[in-house]
Each structure stands twice: as structure tokens, then as C-alpha cells.
Design a protein around this ligand. Structure first.
Ligand code: UDP
Length: 489
């Protein structure tokens, strides 16, 4: 990204210091018709029409902290693309924090999930580091926002903008993607830090009702479930030859050296896969005949990549065949996550300590992030190739990776935490791990699926049907209702 980005708004050119504007590609909702059917299509078209009328020219600006990497960045292009396609004025600004800012926001992220994180404090110095960035960011935003406009602030990173925008007549909505079902001293620490910014928020959006702390009024709270884009490079169908070509080329599957595969981008243009994954492995990648267990995640302690690796080594590699691929973004690539590189290094260190026979079956893949669609294509292929997809998170706001795997008809073993429980009914749409720290049960659940392909296949088929409940139309309708409500106040 450029250090200073020129944003164009209504013909005015603005210099931004602490934000970067991400272009939104408008999308026509009709393209969802063949997937969601005429009834659902009509409902989402009506909602879009009503929202456009209610907003009557107001701008809706979304603000988050990264344009690539993680679930929020995954959803915004789709959500905002269809919103723009419906004729709503929508913009997307990304905060440009510094290391001190992201250290504080990562601390908040961990604590809202009930984990201490880096053990740093959330006192005056932390607040100053947080507010300093947001003060500049608000200045950028107010160059293009007018009184009456709406700002949708994503996660703790952007919440502190609320008072700065509210006093200039902009209506802030806070969309918090994370949380826990139970409060404790650690979550209270994060909420104490965030409390001064809550009073200026006009509406709160959580992924689960239980994430709302008591201090946030129920009547201002909306529960909106995330969604995936079925037409994206990450989720659209790929045949087995394409999957194999992509994985052989990127180094995740054994086979004769392949030419760089061609693929089509979300906008229909043709492209060639250029970059390979960097894979920490001993010996060759798995052969196409060997079953592969996959977890795709950011390198984040709460995704417990190390736990997956240890559980695989102790309870899966010892009981039968199979390889494990842990795939995540190249750790240098996620700008708002200061812990990614250290987490990846810890995984590699742990891997080095495993017996050689296990290391031969465990592959740590850093996926290229230079081109987000290239990254998405590799994720698509690795999820489709997996015999079992796992998501052994210790905490999870929603867990889009679970939904992505379900949409592809893959059987999933996932921790019974956070939003994963809203996606998977145990034994029906996947297998839930009651205690994410219980490696023996984790191993047994994965082994059950590996050893019972018929059961795995029927769970996968039911999962694909279930995943259709989480497509963009329902997400867009929920947002339309919220925006209509907020503009009526
Ligand atoms: N993801 C990706 N490339 C990677 C690793 C993850 O595109 O190398 C994506 C993943 O497919 C999913 C998102 O990042 O769409 C992660 O969202 P999720 O809700 O699972 O977790 P979060 O990262 O938001 O905690």
C-alpha cells in the first residue's frame, strides 16, 4: 500500500495520513440468482431497494484495519460490492496503524476472546497509542464524510473513532466480530478500555447475541451472522484436475512439475498462478493418494496450529495413514497482526522437535499473499483436496474457514467454541470437539472421519446444504434492515 493515498470523493482529492481507501467493485445481486433461487433473490433485491431509498444519498463508510488477511477483509469486498451494486454510496477505508497501535489492538482482540495475549497493560500509555492513530484517521475520514453519513466501524481497532465522528454529525455503528460467551476478569479488562467509546455508538452488531456485554443496551444491539461469497475465487467450484494442478504447482501435493495453472479472477479476467507456497517439510509433499488433513488459518495463538500439529503427531499419525497441511498467510503479509511471524516461528520450532517420522507427514505452508486472488485460489484448492478440514481454535468469533470447508462439502472437525457452534450441529454438519485442549479426542474425531469415508462423505454433503444458510443475500438483508432503522432515528 502507498504511504499517502489520494482518495477521490465527489471530485475532491484528499490526502490521507492514517487511512487507505480500498476501491469497491460494484456487483450485481442478480448473479446470486442461480445459487439462491428466485425467492431469496427477490427478497434481497427488495431489501437493497428499500435501503437505497432510506439512505437517500447518505454515504456508508466501512472502516477496518486490513484490506487482506482474516475474516473481516474476506467479507467486505463482497458485502460492499453488492451494496454498491444496489445503488448505495459506500466506501471502505483501512486504518494505517503503527506497531504501538497494533500491539494494543491485538491485546484487546486476545482479551475479548478471554486470553491475556502479550500480558501488556491497557492503561494510559496504551490508550494514548490507540487514540493518536484514530485522531488522524478521523481527520482523513471527515474530509469525505458529511453530517448524516454513517460510519461502520469494525472491531476494537476502529471503535475509538465513534466519539470523533459523532461530534461531527456522523452516525457510528460498531460491528464487533469477536467475543466470548462467558465474561471474566480478562474480558472485563478489554471492555473497561473500550467503554469510553461506546456511548457514541448508535447501533452495535455482534456475530452472536452472547458476545454483547451487559453494558451495551439490548435495544441497540443487532445480531448479524457472517457469510461467504460463493462466486469468489476462494469458493467457486474447481474440478479435481484444477485442484491437483494448483496444489502440485504450489508445492502442496506431489506430482510431476506442472506449468503455472491458469485461473479466472472474480471479475472474469484470465490470470496465471505465479507464486508457490513456502513449505516447511521433510521429504516430498503428500502424494495424491494419501489422505490429507488441513487447517487454514492466520498464524494466531488462538487458532492453535501447534495444538493441531501435536494432536496429529500423537493421535493421528500413530493410528493410520494421512498427512497434515497447516496453511496460513505468509507471516509478513497481514499488516494488523503483530504476532503472526512469532507464531509461525513457534510452529516451525515445535515441528523441528517432532520425531522424523512425524515431520515427514506434517507440512507447514506459508501461502503467498502478494496477490489476494492467487492466495484465495490456493486456499480453495487445499480445502477441496482435504479429506478432513479441521479448525481447532481455542476461541473463534465466527470461523469463516469452517463455512468455506462446509460449502465445499468437506467434513469438518472443529472446536465447539464461539460462532462455530452456530454453523455445525454436532454429528450432522460436522464433528465438534467439546474441549479444544483435548488432543486425544481431537485425534479420535479426525481418525473416525479418515477411516469412514462413507460417513465423512454424508457429513460433507449435509454441510454443503447447511452452508447455503450463510450466503450474502441473508447478510445483505440484515444490513439493509439495520441501515433503514438507523436512518429512521
Ligand atoms: N485465509 C486466507 N489465506 C490464508 C489463511 C486464511 O485467505 O492463508 C482466510 C480464510 O480462508 C478465511 C479468513 O482468512 O476466509 C479467516 O477468517 P476466519 O473467520 O476463519 O478467522 P479470522 O482470521 O477472522 O480470525
Amino acid at each position: 500500500m502507498l504511504p499517502i493515498v489520494e482518495g477521490v470523493s465527489d471530485g475532491r482529492v484528499t490526502s490521507a495520513v492514517r487511512t487507505t481507501e480500498v476501491p469497491i467493485v460494484p456487483r450485481d445481486t442478480h448473479e446470486l440468482g442461480p445459487i439462491i433461487g428466485p425467492g431469496r433473490l427477490a427478497a434481497v433485491l427488495t431489501a437493497g431497494h428499500r435501503a437505497r431509498q432510506a439512505l437517500s444519498g447518505r454515504t456508508v463508510m466501512h472502516v477496518n484495519s486490513t484490506a487482506t488477511g482474516g475474516g473481516v477483509a474476506e467479507m467486505l469486498p463482497t458485502l460492499l460490492g453488492y451494496t454498491a451494486g444496489a445503488g448505495v454510496q459506500v466506501r471502505w477505508f483501512v486504518l494505517r496503524g503503527d506497531p504501538a497501535f497494533f500491539a494494543v489492538t491485538k491485546r484487546l482482540h486476545n482479551r475479548l476472546h478471554g486470553y491475556c495475549g502479550d500480558d501488556g497493560d491497557l492503561g494510559t500509555t496504551a490508550r494514548a497509542a490507540y487514540e493518536r492513530i484514530l485522531l488522524d484517521a478521523a481527520t482523513d475520514m471527515l474530509q469525505v464524510l458529511e453530517p448524516g453519513d454513517i460510519a461502520v466501524l469494525h472491531d476494537p481497532q476502529a471503535l475509538g473513532l465513534a466519539p470523533l465522528l459523532r461530534r461531527r454529525g456522523v452516525t457510528p455503528i460498531w460491528r464487533c466480530h469477536i467475543g466470548t460467551d462467558t465474561a471474566d476478569a480478562i474480558t472485563a479488562d478489554a471492555w473497561t478500555f473500550l467503554t469510553p467509546y461506546l456511548d457514541d455508538v448508535a447501533a452495535f452488531v455482534f456475530s452472536r447475541a452472547s458476545y454483547r456485554p451487559a453494558r451495551i443496551p439490548v435495544d441497540l444491539t443487532w445480531v448479524i451472522t457472517p457469510s461467504i461469497d460463493p462466486l469468489s475465487t476462494k469458493n467457486r467450484p474447481l474440478d479435481t484436475t484444477a485442484v491437483s494442478d494448483i496444489l502440485v504447482y504450489t508445492g502442496l501435493l506431489g506430482g510431476s512439475p506442472a506449468l503455472p495453472p491458469m485461473f479466472s479472477r472474480r471479475d472474469g479476467s484470465a490470470a496465471r498462478l505465479e507464486r508457490r507456497a513456502e513449505v516447511v517439510q521433510l521429504g516430498p509433499p503428500p502424494s495424491p493418494r494419501e489422505p490429507v488433513v488441513v487447517q487454514v488459518s492466520r498464524w494466531d495463538r488462538l487458532k492453535d496450529m501447534i495444538g493441531v500439529m501435536t494432536g496429529f503427531a500423537e493421535y493421528i499419525a500413530t493410528t493410520g495413514s494421512g498427512h497434515l497441511i497447516l496453511a496460513g498467510p505468509n507471516a509478513s503479509g497481514v499488516s494488523d497482526d503483530p504476532e503472526g511471524a512469532a507464531q509461525f516461528a513457534s510452529c516451525v520450532q515445535e515441528w523441528r522437535g517432532l520425531p522424523e517420522r512425524h515431520r515427514r507427514r506434517i507440512h507447514l505452508a506459508s501461502l503467498p499473499v502478494v496477490d489476494a486472488e492467487e492466495n484465495a485460489l490456493i486456499v480453495n484448492a487445499v480445502q477441496r483436496h482435504a479429506a478432513v478440514v479441521v479448525q481447532k481454535s481455542l476461541a473463534e468469533g465466527f470461523g469463516l474457514t469452517v463455512l468455506e470447508a462446509m460449502w465445499k462439502g468437506r467434513p469438518v472437525v472443529a472446536s465447539a467454541v464461539g460462532g462455530i457452534r452456530d454453523q455445525i450441529a454436532d454429528e450432522r454438519y460436522g464433528l465438534l470437539l467439546p474441549d479444544p485442549h483435548d488432543l486425544a479426542t481431537f485425534g479420535a474425531l479426525v481418525r473416525r472421519l479418515l477411516d469412514n469415508p462413507a460417513m465423512a462423505s454424508s457429513i460433507g454433503q449435509r454441510a454443503a446444504v447447511r452452508a447455503a444458510d450463510f450466503l450474502p443475500d441473508r447478510h445483505l438483508i440484515a444490513w439493509a434492515e439495520l441501515l433503514i432503522d438507523v436512518t429512521a432515528c
